[in-house]
Ligand binder design. Structure first.
Ligand code: AMP
Length: 223
């Protein structure tokens, strides 16, 4: 029986460009993205007591507990109606990686490939501390590298309200990077041992990074 379900995992520090590449993957190759960070922000936006608890954790740059995250992922997998899935920002602990594998391996049709985004801290700081987006359409910008063509007006929709993530500040970013670096090594070893790991040089420009990921995924999906 050939495996015909494809799960891609993007791991990398905040600001490595995972989100941008995730959007391209969904648009160009019909993958369905699941971002635990986005799910958490949706819950925070409801203003619920649970959302407020999550916000306190995110504002400190700490990780949300495995139980909460795995519940979200299990719920997502249980209701899945596609055979092409991208996990963005998950797994972030070895327990999350082992549990994801367990959930997917219980259905032997899944094929897993993991992309490990490498980028220097300096680039991360520039990207994260400078990033903002249009409140109306979500188009992303950067103070230094990707300004709006006309100051204060969104190129895409003409909106004039822009937002920044609460956790995109220096102190929280340092904690997020520390949390990432502490947890990532066993996850990388885990996927390396499974023979499903690929490294992405993520400091290159968006198109170059995308052409490499795209070629690799074509080989993976069509093999
Ligand atoms: P992100 O948008 O992926 O950078 O996530 C924003 C914040 O949500 C992180 O700094 C964590 O506090 C939390 N978070 C997102 N995904 C996870 C995860 N897989 N495990 C634990 N915490 C997470």
């Amino acid at each position: 029986m050939s495996k015909n379900k494809f799960a891609i995992v993007f791991v990398g520090p905040p600001g490595c460009g995972k989100g941008t590449q995730a959007s391209l993957l969904c648009k160009e190759k019909d993958f369905h993205a699941f971002s635990t960070g986005d799910e958490i922000r949706k819950e925070i936006a409801t203003g619920s007591a649970f959302g407020n608890k999550l916000k306190q954790i995110c504002d400190k740059g700490e990780l949300v507990s495995d139980d909460i995250i795995l519940n979200m992922v299990k719920n997502f997998i249980d209701h899945l109606d596609t055979n092409r899935v991208l996990f963005d920002g998950f797994p972030r602990t070895i327990s999350q990686a082992e549990n994801l594998n367990h959930l997917l391996l219980s259905d032997e049709l899944w094929n897993v490939r993991v992309f490990d985004f490498h980028v220097d801290d300096e680039i991360v700081f520039n990207r994260i501390l400078g990033r903002f987006s249009c409140k109306a359409c979500g188009q992303g910008y950067n103070d230094k590298t990707l300004k709006t063509k006309v100051a204060g007006i969104c190129d895409k929709c003409g909106g004039t309200d822009f937002i920044r993530r609460d956790d995109d500040n220096e102190k929280t970013l340092m904690n997020r990077l520390k949390a990432y670096k502490t947890m990532i090594h066993p996850i990388i070893d885990f996927y390396k041992n499974l023979g499903v790991l690929e490294t992405v040089e993520a400091s290159l420009n968006i198109d170059v990074v995308w052409s490499r990921i795209s070629a690799s995924i074509d080989g993976f999906v069509n093999s």
